[in-house]
Ligand binder design. Sequence first.
Ligand SMILES: *Cc1c(COP(=O)(O)O)cnc(C)c1O
Length: 433
Amino acid sequence: MPEHFTYKNGQLYCESVPVKALADKLGTPLYVYSQSHFTGQVEAIKQAFAEVDPLICYSVKANACLGLLRAMARVGCGFDAVSKGEIYRALRAGADSRMIVFAGVGKRDDEIDYALEKGILMFNVESESELTAISRVAARRGVEAGIALRLNPDVDPKTHKHISTGKRESKFGIDIERAKASLKRIRELKNLRLKGVHLHIGSQITENDRHAEAIAKVVPFIKEVKAADFPLEYINVGGGYGISYRGNEGLNITEFAAKMLPHIRETGLKMACEPGRYVSGNGGILLTRVIFDKPSGDKNFLIVDAAMNDLIRPAIYDAYHRIWPVQSEFAPDAEIAGDAGRVYDVVGPVCESTDVFAKARRLPATAEGELLAIFSAGAYGMAMSSTYNQRPRAAEVIVQGDKFWVARERESIEDLIRGERLTPREVFSAADL
Ligand SMILES: *Cc1c(COP(=O)(O)O)cnc(C)c1O
């Protein structure tokens, strides 16, 4: 079980707040976050890599809740953004722009220009075309753009294929041979400063030597770049640190760091990193209420009021999330004998057969109206939510100790039609083009 979510006397707490009270007060579906988890994970990374004093750029895309971004900025985090919108969000949360890195395979000119205007630390450059684009936009603005080459080290992160990014056939990064050729291009182009080398080989990586292998593979390249007198400052090792969804499958951060540190030291560069899920994943739960208990054929369906629009990971990655009643005499994952337990499919109300949170899961017998917690929902949960089926997005609550506050209001059905018109305000004709 995640550290800040615990059962006391058969009641689930987030830190010191009973989550049933949150659901009763604020409704469901509801995302509940433990702020201490987020800041604690940042602290754990800081400690594991203390000897190289890492620049931790929290990956905004994993969980972009403003209140949490603010908490992270306050403990000294920088941010990893993949769009103009994420840079804007990070800045609104109080980020120091000089601690923002900007990744992504398809940056538009307006996004590059915005990042330059705000004075970010560096762009993670993913192609030669992007070098040209950044140089052009920086020249127009009359500034120098800090860049890092995102290398594709061709290592197998041994994770789900949809979240693997560091193999040769992936769309991400530049292979090392091509990167060598692009050094010449960087010299020719104006307004670029090659500050770093960047890697990000995938997500939810649970083997502790994958990153070390990737870094080891790019050390010779780094030496070449330094020998060629480029002003390299950073090795950015990316994110992807795997967490526990089921039991103890997550990375041990100390052992993970121990594998990487010798290689980082060898580069002589400052370390930057971009953890997303590691910081946020086990810091959140999704609370949902059972609408109906529906026996059908040989199955028992628990139909809940959260759906794939709220949390899409099970539908698109076949992801496992622990689910347990918020009030239960049984400890989470306990074996439940006899009639006290039943095998359920936990599903949402959306009209898609992939709208399933759990299949054939043995849980304590659960009645209509009871609350369930879906665990490990702090990463790629709300951040990937949509309004599919015209379902307003859930509210988000941040808990700290025995205090809580609503960090994002529940959307209303009126919010869902904002910006739309029933009839034209102005009609254009093709003939006038
Ligand atoms: C998504 C992403 C991350 C964060 O990945 P996690 O698996 O959540 O740690 C870091 N860096 C880049 C470039 C990314 O695209």
